[in-house]
Design a protein around this ligand. Structure first.
Ligand code: UDX
Length: 462
């Protein structure tokens, strides 16, 4: 029974979800559970071309871990950026079920762990007769907003009846007084109930409560009020976050699942900067900016007078090749550093970093919380609109600049977080950092939930 447990993990083929699921996979392998990790052939090419994840995982876990690549159904030349996310999701949902069913029906599997939106996993688990756990790698608040979609539609709050994005949301229990229309996941703004993505999200809201359990990358102290509402719908929740910190305590070392090569020169640059003087700026692995937006950020940073470390991910800013104003380049030489990709956890942990201007992807928020760094939020898409509201209004560890991209606002918010209200934000951020670290330490709530999850898997018959 236990010694032969074998878990099939199926993440969304995107950097953020893959990061989270790989961490879960490592924790299972560390407890002698075999993992098969499903990736798309496109991701496999990127992983194997540009990083050492494959070598790292197989060296560390041997036969206990393996990747299984499947086609995503899109042509090779398809860009697969966040703009075409619906196409990727639709195509994957169409081709994956048959291939997976054929592949896994001949294996002995204890259970499946799939990303919440991959609702076809319900059919596969039913067909091969194994339990299914959904792991929603975004925040608990974003998942809850999705679970509330049916009642928001039924109550007539969605689609919005007018353009007033400041209207308060009334039919999301547990989020009263917090959410405005502009804080719902971004697709809600022009929601079309006939869109494939929306249909898949509604299917997710219907099927997730029927699964064996829900895994969340959060910790009890952070999301206690929400979790108590969620428990009414999902009686079996494993809150095992922040995953990167939990893995660190379980494996006594950092793991790396970065898809892009990291430029380590930023650490030597940070080493030369005074304590808490640098604002770190990154929009994650998927978000895209226009040249004008990027320049507004850059000007805002320069005008704030602060030191800054700016990530300009290859391909993230359209048309930036020429025309960068000379004053920006000069100011950057004095007190800034621009790189293509950084080892983010190391950067956030660095004593020179005093704040994080972020797109509010869930991994970035958790990494910032654990490092105890206040945030300035510029949410870009999907769950990030919800996440930034929680950063600004619920946890109060930063400021939300949602829906504006203006150098004056950037300058003002950077000054507030890094100077004027620094103590207030730092105090709360440090408190949450302590809570996060406590949850993954011995006897902490996340460590206990992980133990419970592993016991539950090992007790499963197949
Ligand atoms: C995606 C979705 O867009 C997001 O809304 C969802 O919450 C998770 O998946 P992504 O852009 O990948 O987000 O952001 P995030 O979740 O923050 O993950 C980015 C990861 O890349 C982090 O783990 C971060 O440490 C890493 N990163 C980022 C680097 O390693 N180096 C960098 O320079 C920037």
């Amino acid at each position: 029974m236990g010694a032969h447990s074998h878990v099939l993990i199926f993440p969304l083929p995107l950097q953020g979800p893959i990061n989270s699921m790989l961490k879960l996979a490592e924790m299972l392998c560390l407890r002698q559970i075999k993992v098969t990790f499903i990736i798309t052939q496109h991701i496999q090419r990127r992983l194997f071309d540009s990083s050492t994840i494959q070598t790292y995982m197989t060296t560390k876990y041997g036969d206990a871990f393996s990747f299984q690549a499947i086609p995503d159904g899109l042509p090779e030349e398809h860009p697969r950026t966040i703009r075409e996310f619906s196409e990727l999701l639709g195509s994957l949902s169409a081709v994956a079920p048959l291939i997976l069913h054929q592949t896994v029906s001949v294996w002995e599997i204890s259970c499946i762990v799939a990303e919440g939106i991959l609702s076809f996993a319900t059919d596969i688990a039913t067909q091969i007769g194994v339990p299914l756990f959904y792991f929603d790698t975004c925040s608990a608040s974003a998942l809850w907003a999705i679970m509330c979609l049916p009642q928001l539609i039924q109550a007539g709050e969605l689609p919005f009846k007018d353009d007033n994005l400041d209207e308060i949301i009334r039919n999301a229990p547990g989020m009263e007084g917090v959410m405005r229309r502009r804080d719902l996941p971004s697709f809600c703004r022009d929601i079309n109930l006939e869109d494939l993505e929306v249909k898949l999200l509604l299917k997710q809201a219907r099927l997730m409560p029927l699964s064996q359990g829900i895994i969340l990358n959060t910790f009890h102290q952070l999301d206690a009020p929400l979790l108590s509402h969620m428990l009414k719908l999902f009686p079996n929740i494993y809150a095992i976050g922040p995953l990167h910190a939990l893995l660190q305590t379980q494996a006594s070392q950092n793991s790396s699942s970065s898809i892009l090569p990291e430029d380590m020169s930023c650490i030597s640059w940070l080493d030369k900067q005074p304590s808490q003087s640098v604002v770190y700026v990154s929009i994650g692995s998927l978000a895209l900016m226009t040249k004008d937006q990027f320049l507004e950020f850059w000007f805002g940073l320069v005008n704030s007078g602060m030191r800054f470390l700016l990530v300009q991910r290859p391909g993230s800013v359209a048309g930036l090749d020429d025309g960068i104003p000379v004053e920006l380049l000069e100011a950057t030489r004095e007190r800034g550093y621009v790189v293509s990709w950084v080892p983010q956890q190391e950067v956030l942990d660095h004593p020179a970093v005093g704040g994080f201007l972020s797109h509010c992807g869930w991994n970035s928020i958790l990494e910032s919380l654990v490092a105890g760094k206040p945030m300035i939020c510029w949410p870009h898409h999907f769950d990030q609109q919800v996440n930034s509201r929680y950063v600004g209004e619920v946890w109060k560890v930063g400021l939300d600049m949602k829906d504006s991209c203006d150098r004056v606002v950037v300058e003002k918010m950077v000054r507030e977080v890094m100077e004027l209200r620094k103590d207030e934000f730092l105090k709360r951020a440090r408190k949450l950092s302590e809570a996060a670290r406590g949850s993954v330490g011995e006897g902490g709530s996340s460590a206990k939930d992980l133990d419970r999850f592993i016991d539950d898997i090992k007790n499963m018959m197949f």
